[in-house]
Ligand binder design. Structure first.
Ligand SMILES: *[C@@H]1O[C@H](CO)[C@@H](O)[C@H](O)[C@H]1NC(C)=O
Ligand SMILES: *[C@@H]1O[C@H](CO)[C@@H](O)[C@H](O)[C@H]1NC(C)=O
Length: 358
């Protein structure tokens, strides 16, 4: 309810300054001033990485990867939960309270897959390998009705890892615990998604970096036969195979983890995230008038502080859920990893406000 009221207000603001519309050039985003670190987002009882946000009702739902509690000395302890979720309250006018809250009841938020070493909440197998079920993108909200029910979907690669190298080279993504894309399919949806005009657009990134796009009407999101795929500059119902160069989208990301969203202010699709193989908090942006492109060449627009642990900064995210629908700003987050004590990794989630010139 609160959210609809805010949206109604914004319509008024847009009408009051129609001339700005013509000046907005999303192909060359320019950062206004110096982005400020608003603070560190945290549930004080949890140490965890790779959080991403979605708008659920009038709050942000954050889903993060590996999660641990702290011992009495403030050192993360065992067991590990492969994911956890929290709420944060939004700030009127834009932004989020820094305190995340909610009770995960010591269970992974995304249920472990039956048969994949699911006798513990980390997905760790007796041979030391792991089914980590790490989502790269937060839930994609497909509907939010007036009765207060919000529905979202997440496609997660069902990876089987030893250390940090994949045992299955092209992991499958699963929907509600059923194999949705097969093991050697392009994992559409695991790289992010946008819902626009009742169409779900989902991107997949194959090993090697190529980015591919699929779409489906919101009502058919669970029906694989209704999906279309962007191949050779057009939409087809024939699912491209992994490595099909005709399905590769040029410049649709900088190659690493990030977030796709639609900017109402720019009337443009946006991707913000990390370069491939980077472990620095260097944020890149590319924009496009349509999900299919043409995407601009990704440019770096902000660098955050890196942590001093081996993987200093990763899971660079944009959080459109924290801003008013027509705002000319974006809140960034990333996982900053610092070494404390006896080489223990401590994860924090800085929240940064970026405002744009146009
Ligand atoms: C994509 O980026 C390349 C450079 O990496 C550039 O040459 C090309 O023009 C870009 N494509 C578009 C559509 O802007
Ligand atoms: C790494 O950063 C953390 C947090 O700022 C600090 O407590 C720790 O002393 C630093 N460790 C090293 C080796 O610089």
């Amino acid at each position: 309810m609160k959210f609809s009221l805010l949206a109604a207000c914004l319509v008024h603001i847009t009408l009051a300054v129609p001339s700005n519309q013509e000046k907005r050039d999303s192909t060359k985003p320019v950062v206004k001033g110096t982005p400020q670190v608003v603070g560190i987002l945290a549930d004080p009882s949890l140490n965890r990485d790779s959080c991403g946000s979605s708008l659920f009702g009038d709050r942000a739902l954050w889903v993060c990867r590996d999660t641990q509690h702290y011992d009495s000395d403030g050192i993360p302890n065992l067991p590990i939960f492969t994911s956890s979720a929290s709420w944060s309250d939004l700030v009127t006018g834009g932004g989020s309270q820094l305190t995340m809250y909610g009770d995960n009841q010591d269970n992974s938020f995304y249920p472990l897959v039956p048969g994949n070493c699911d006798d513990n909440q980390a997905g760790i197998c007796s041979d030391g390998t792991r089914y980590p079920l790490w989502a790269n993108a937060p839930p994609l909200v497909t509907s939010s009705d007036s009765s207060g029910t919000t529905t979202g979907y997440t496609w997660i690669s069902n990876s089987h890892i030893s250390g940090l190298s994949d045992l299955i080279q092209h992991p499958s993504a699963e929907l509600i615990n059923q194999a949705f894309w097969a093991e050697n399919d392009i994992p559409f949806g695991t790289y992010g998604g946008v819902v626009q005009d009742d169409i779900v657009y989902i991107w997949g990134q194959a090993t090697g970096g190529s980015v591919n796009l699929a779409r489906v009407p919101v009502a058919n999101v669970e029906d694989k036969s209704k999906y279309e795929f962007y191949v050779n500059g057009g939409w087809t119902t024939t699912q491209p195979e992994l490595g099909d160069g005709a399905a590769t989208m040029e410049n649709a990301s900088a190659g690493g983890q990030g977030t796709y969203y639609f900017s109402n202010h720019w009337k443009s699709f946006v991707w913000i995230g990390q370069a491939s193989n980077s472990v620095s908090a260097d944020f890149f942006i590319t924009t496009s008038p349509a999900p299919e492109g043409p995407w601009t060449e990704p440019v770096k627009f902000y660098s955050g502080v890196n942590g001093n642990y081996s993987l200093g900064a990763y899971t660079l995210q944009a959080n459109p859920a924290l801003s008013l629908p027509d705002s000319n700003e974006i809140y960034l987050t990333y996982t900053k990893t610092d070494a404390v004590g006896d080489n223990v990794a401590l994860y924090t989630t800085p929240l940064i406000l970026v405002e744009w010139e146009i």
